[in-house]
Design a protein around this ligand. Structure first.
Ligand SMILES: Cc1cc2nc3c(=O)[nH]c(=O)nc-3n(C[C@H](O)[C@H](O)[C@H](O)COP(=O)(O)OP(=O)(O)OC[C@H]3O[C@@H](n4cnc5c(N)ncnc54)[C@H](O)[C@@H]3O)c2cc1C
Length: 361
């Protein structure tokens, strides 16, 4: 059987490790960050994502860390409800909680933190890889799960073009029991009437709230120092006169952990493999935020790839089938994401009513 090296312990790398562990395939996972650096935002997961997670993690423990959302409420910035929609098993959880739960399924001797992997080239059809700029890494298969700006991908596909998406986001998680209580289990999203500016808020637990804003980068500008003070100023300047719920949230928030997501996408997807390197998650296909499909797609990549490895065909055949299966679905999410982005940029009166911020295939 193969020896697999997984590069990156985000959701995609850790889910791959969990599937390989369950199927007794030899692997080791290498991660650049420290074990306790679990910074980050939160994820909205459609039902399918929960189904994939159920087969690899203790699902009851995951349920304790997040929240099922009952309704999507679409508001005007003033607080007037424009439409509402029931949600079918959509779950929200913080990135740190999901990463922690996924890491529990990986024995400590199979994961190395603070280990940066570099691709130096290829010889005899195999990647020449070193760790921490030192010793060689010996593996039959390299699973590159090193995120949307994957160095491994850029080394291989030197001509690729990443382009800035017209929308960026500020994401924040705050502790505030009073606000959490007001939100019940609903997903609230407020829209500026001229388009290109939204504020979304959801409850993560009885004390934690996740909020985010999406803004058109051609109309709204944030100081590029991205310090907590710069982010606070940006938010107050643009949302300070919205309805009382939004203003109370932005005024009662700490901005120490607020995160700015500068969104990029590939002009065109690359192949999902090259020689013995195969890409999963954001490294294969960065998805824009409107889809809420990044995590579910990463889980599905790992699931499909593991099952194909178990079939025991040649690596090229395995990777080719993996690409055929996954690329077709990813293209749908990319196209849905672009359509949702175009809607977002339009004035509110021209946007379609009742559109969920989730891409379904
Ligand atoms: C603000 C924000 C909000 C999001 N919201 C949602 C959402 O609501 N729903 C959803 O489904 N998705 C969402 N996404 C997308 C989602 O985060 C990703 O699609 C998903 O987590 C899969 O990520 P990944 O594991 O492929 O990559 P990453 O999470 O980027 O992980 C890559 C890992 O590789 C490591 N690494 C990189 N280079 C090296 C190297 N050379 N050597 C070793 N390690 C390396 C990095 O340290 C990192 O830990 C959001 C993303 C962001 C940024």
């Amino acid at each position: 059987m193969y020896k697999v090296a997984i590069i990156g312990a985000g959701v995609s790398g850790l889910s791959m490790a969990n599937y390989l562990e369950k199927n007794n395939i030899d692997y080791h996972i290498y991660e650049r960050r420290t074990q306790n650096d679990l910074k980050g935002h939160g994820f909205i997961l459609p039902k399918e994502g929960i189904e994939f997670l159920s087969s690899i993690v203790n699902i009851d423990e995951l349920y304790k860390k997040g929240q099922f959302l009952k309704k999507y409420l679409h508001y005007h910035q003033s607080g007037e409800v424009l439409s509402e929609k029931e949600l079918d098993d959509v779950f929200v959880v913080s990135r740190s909680a999901l990463i922690e739960i996924l890491a529990q399924g990986v024995p400590s001797d199979k994961i190395s933190y603070e280990t940066t992997v570099t691709l130096n080239g290829f010889s005899d059809g195999k990647a020449d890889i070193t760790i921490n700029d030192g010793g060689p890494l010996d593996a039959d298969i390299i699973v590159a799960s090193d995120g949307s700006r994957s160095r491994i991908r850029r080394n291989i596909f030197e001509d690729e073009k990443m382009k800035a998406v017209l929308e960026n986001e500020v994401v924040n998680i705050i502790e505030n029991e009073e606000i959490a209580g007001k939100l019940e289990s609903n997903f609230l999203k407020f829209h500026h009437e001229d388009g290109g500016l939204t504020f979304g808020v959801l409850k993560l637990s009885s004390t934690k709230v996740l909020w985010y804003c999406q803004f058109d980068i051609t109309r709204f500008f944030i100081n590029e120092d991205y310090t907590p003070d710069c982010i606070r100023q940006f938010i107050v300047d643009h949302f300070g006169d919205w309805n009382p719920l939004v203003t109370s949230i932005i005024n009662d928030s700490s901005y120490e952990n607020a995160h700015i997501w500068r969104v990029y996408e590939l002009e065109k997807l690359n192949p999902f493999y090259h020689e013995n390197v195969v890409f999963i998650g954001d490294a294969a296909h960065p998805l824009i935020p409107f889809t809420s499909q990044g995590v579910t797609s990463a889980l599905k990549d790992s699931f499909v790839l593991t099952n194909l490895l178990l079939e025991g065909n040649s690596l090229t055949e395995t990777f080719k089938t993996y690409e055929e299966v996954r690329k077709a679905e990813i293209e749908i999410h990319i196209s849905n994401g672009r359509a949702l982005l175009n809607q977002f940029l339009l004035p509110l009166c021209e946007q379609q009513k009742n559109t969920l911020p989730i891409s379904y295939k």
